[in-house]
Design a protein around this ligand. Sequence first.
Ligand code: SF4
Length: 117
Amino acid sequence: MRIFVDKYLAKTGTSVHPNSAVTEAVVLGLAQNLDELGRPLCPCRFYPDKKAELERSREWVCSCDEMKKHKYCHCLLFVTPEGLPITEYLPEDHEARLAYGVVKDPTPDKGRELKEK
Ligand code: SF4
């Protein structure tokens, strides 16, 4: 998972959180789900049944659709150098826009591989 995270940081031009404990907790959560389920299901969400969630959709397999479309990581794994989640591409009524306001993408030429979808 660490190799994946390093590569995805470079691909998206995002940064790790300045508090390394945040990154460590998320990476361990992803690794645990990879061990248990065979896929790195996002560890920052609640699923009544993780296996059923994976059968339903790949939406929350890291990197999730929200990250690929909007460059928003609610786990704070892929953030700005200040440790804020990028919110500028989210719908205006998204909870993160209400919580963080508009956080600009410092590297708009990178990432968002599903932005057209
Ligand atoms: S929110 Fe998305 S990109 Fe961030 S850790 Fe979870 S699955 Fe990965």
